[in-house]
Each structure stands twice: as structure tokens, then as C-alpha cells.
Design a protein around this ligand. Structure first.
Ligand code: PLP
Length: 372
């Protein structure tokens, strides 16, 4: 997509193109991030940039644990946490630990396009279960898709690409269903809850916490989106305090970081994450809310049905042409870059990101309006 956008811009000029294809954060990191870096840059002693224990600095992990304990009421400690190179790094570490070749991992459609690649990195087999028509998954259908070979289910909400937040009721049902299925198979099915958009929500309350409803949850998050630090590669994973084989998992995660050549999460960014983990996120929510409201209004005016824009920074409207690939190709000719739903195993839709400049967003909406 980066290449396609660059090609179009070179051909037609910046003003003729609206690239709404990427999930690249458009928010600058908060002032506290730069203040933190300034203070860091003044410290010239203390060997602060060497290798550290693979799972990350103990005090940084303790801060992540404290943050999660505050949100969930669960007794997370630094032992449960491993710092990683973003959520993508964390997912690969966890899958490296859990999977043997041939093991299955259940995904829902639509979901993040990279999951199948991560699973296949370790010889795993993705099993895709479609969401309901409202883009909320069905807990029983997920449980039904779990076989004796299933090691994990990966879910993400606020969701990329749909913008939906899954309700607490769904997580309760899923927890019950997966506990039943794990018991029937005599081994745990882990829930990998991928949560990089947690702080970017437009609902009255923060999104529900799945780990409250299922002990076998491995929580994964990052500072890529909410703090605008995607290029700095900082995130973490946290094993549920009551997870089966928790101590083995705790030992295995830092080993997987080594085996994958990640070694550890970047030192300076770990300290920045600890300094910022509890920083208020009102400004980032307001930043995206302005864009979200504009997209909602424009899609309504154009008459394109879209799931409720509850969180993250994507909309997933119905494609005006039955074939979403044909529609997205036509939009490309018009200068608008959006992603076909087929890329997310959800044909008949397209994803547009509103993590862009307002001017680019307006240009994109204008192209959409005149082409539909
Ligand atoms: C659902 C989802 N998970 C994980 C990632 C990867 O995030 P990170 O930059 O923290 O690796 C993304 C990035 O777009 C995403 O949308």
C-alpha cells in the first residue's frame, strides 16, 4: 500500500490522491513523551542502553502489571509481563511458545490481515470463523471450531477493520464456552487478546476486559496507536495470573524473544512506556473522534451502511459494488486508496482508515461521494 500510494502521488501529485489505506497513527506522541526523552538524553551514565533481562526491566514490567491490575482487578505482577517489539512482536513470541506444527489457531473474519502469517511462521493452521452480521463474533461458533488440535483463539477489539468493540456479554459467553471446550479437550485453549486500540474508544465507557472472564487469557498490547509510537516498536504481553502452566509460559516467553532474534524490547522505549502507561488519553480520543464523527456523517449522507464506529480508527462500509476488489480498483483510478474487504476475508466491504490529516480525509470523502 505504501508503494501504491507513492506511485499514485508521483504520477498525479499529492493533491489528487487520498490514501485512506493505512493503519499508521497520525497523532503525535504526547508532550510527556518528548519531555521524558529530553530527560533521558541528559543521563550519560548508568549503562542504560545495554542488554537487560530478555523479558524487560523489572520496574517497567511492574508498571505494566500495576496498570493492568488497576483495569481488571486481577493480581498481575511483573512476573506475568514480558516487554516486546509492539503487539506484532508479542503475538509472534506467544505463537512461538504455544504452537507445534499442525496446531490450529481460531480467528474470526474479518480480522487483522497479518494474523495468518504470524500463525504460519510456526507451522500453525489458521481456522477462520465468520462474525455475525453485526460484526460481533459468536462465542458458540468459536468454541465449536476448536478441535483437539486448537491451541489458541486470537481476538481484537476495538477491532481492525470493523471499528466494533465486542460487548461484555460476548466475553462472558466466550469465557464459558472456551472453558468448557478446554475441559473437554483436557488442555487449555488460550485466548490471545490483541488490544493495541484499547484507549481509542468513542463509547461512554472503556472497552470490557476479557481477562476478567477467562483465566486462559494472554493479554497483548502496545503503544503504537494511542501514543503514536508505531515506529518505535514497544509493546508487552501479560499472562493471566491463573493461567494453566503459567510458570512454564513465563519462562518460555523471554526464551522465544531470544530465539526469534528480538532479544528484548528497546531499552529507551521500555522506560518511556513505563513513564506514559497511565498518561491520560483524552487528547488522542478527541483527535480521532473529530475524524470519526466526520466519517460517520459523510457515510450516512452517501448512504453507505457501516458498522457502528465504536473504537480504533477504521470504518468498514459496505462496498457499493458487489465485488469489493473491482470497487477498490475503481477508487484507485479516482485517486482514493482503500482496502478491499476480501483482504480481511470479508468480501463485499472495504476498509477506510481515518488516521489521516483532515484535508486528506475530506478529499477522500469527496472522491467517494462523487464516485458512488
Ligand atoms: C489488530 C492489530 N494488531 C496488531 C497490530 C500491530 O501493532 P504493533 O505496531 O503494536 O505491532 C496492528 C497494527 O495495525 C493491529 O491493527
Amino acid at each position: 500500500m505504501f508503494e501504491e500510494a507513492n506511485r499514485l502521488r508521483a504520477e498525479r501529485g499529492d493533491d489528487a490522491v487520498a490514501d485512506l489505506s493505512l493503519g499508521n497513527p497520525y497523532n503525535e506522541p504526547p508532550a510527556a513523551f518528548f519531555e521524558h526523552l529530553k530527560r533521558e538524553s541528559e543521563l550519560r551514565t548508568g549503562l542504560r542502553h545495554r542488554y537487560m533481562t530478555n523479558s524487560g526491566y523489572p520496574d517497567v514490567r511492574a508498571r505494566m502489571a500495576q496498570h493492568l491490575a488497576g483495569r481488571t482487578g486481577l493480581p498481575y505482577t511483573q512476573e506475568h509481563v514480558c516487554m516486546t517489539g509492539g503487539a506484532a512482536g508479542a503475538l509472534n513470541v506467544v505463537l512461538r511458545v504455544l504452537l507445534e506444527p499442525g496446531d490450529e489457531v481460531v480467528l474470526v473474519s474479518p480480522s487483522f490481515v497479518e494474523y495468518p502469517f504470524y500463525i504460519e511462521n510456526f507451522g500453525g493452521v489458521p481456522c477462520v470463523v465468520p462474525c455475525r452480521a453485526d460484526f460481533i463474533p459468536d462465542a458458540d461458533r468459536i468454541a465449536d471450531a476448536c478441535t483437539a488440535n486448537t491451541r489458541a483463539v486470537i481476538l481484537n477489539a476495538p477491532n481492525n477493520p470493523t471499528g466494533r468493540i465486542y460487548p461484555e456479554r460476548f466475553w462472558q459467553d466466550l469465557g464459558r464456552a472456551l472453558a468448557g471446550r478446554s475441559a473437554a479437550m483436557s488442555r487449555p485453549i488460550y485466548l490471545l487478546f490483541d488490544d493495541p486500540y484499547y484507549h481509542i474508544y468513542y463509547t461512554e465507557n472503556a472497552p470490557p476486559e476479557p481477562s476478567r472472564f477467562y483465566d486462559q487469557t494472554i493479554y497483548i498490547s502496545s503503544f503504537s496507536k494511542d501514543l503514536g509510537l508505531a515506529g518505535e516498536r514497544i509493546g508487552y504481553l501479560a499472562i493471566h495470573p491463573d493461567a494453566a502452566a503459567r510458570e512454564d509460559l513465563q519462562r518460555a516467553m523471554p526464551f522465544a524473544l531470544r530465539a526469534l532474534g528480538q532479544v528484548s524490547a528497546p531499552a529507551t522505549m521500555q522506560r518511556a512506556a513505563a513513564a506514559l502507561v497511565d498518561e491520560p488519553r483524552d487528547a488522542v480520543r478527541a483527535f480521532y473522534r473529530k475524524r470519526r464523527d466526520r466519517v460517520e456523517e459523510a457515510l450516512q449522507a452517501i448512504g453507505l451502511d457501516t458498522p457502528p464506529l465504536e473504537g480504533g480508527f477504521y470504518a468498514f462500509p459496505k462496498s457499493p459494488e458487489a465485488d469489493d476488489m473491482v470497487f477498490c480498483r475503481r477508487m484507485l483510478d479516482e485517486g482514493l486508496i482503500v482496502v478491499p474487504g476480501s483482504a480481511f476475508a470479508a468480501p463485499g466491504r472495504f476498509r477506510m482508515s481515518y488516521s489521516v490529516d483532515m484535508e486528506v480525509l475530506e478529499r477522500g470523502l469527496e472522491i467517494l461521494k462523487r464516485s458512488v
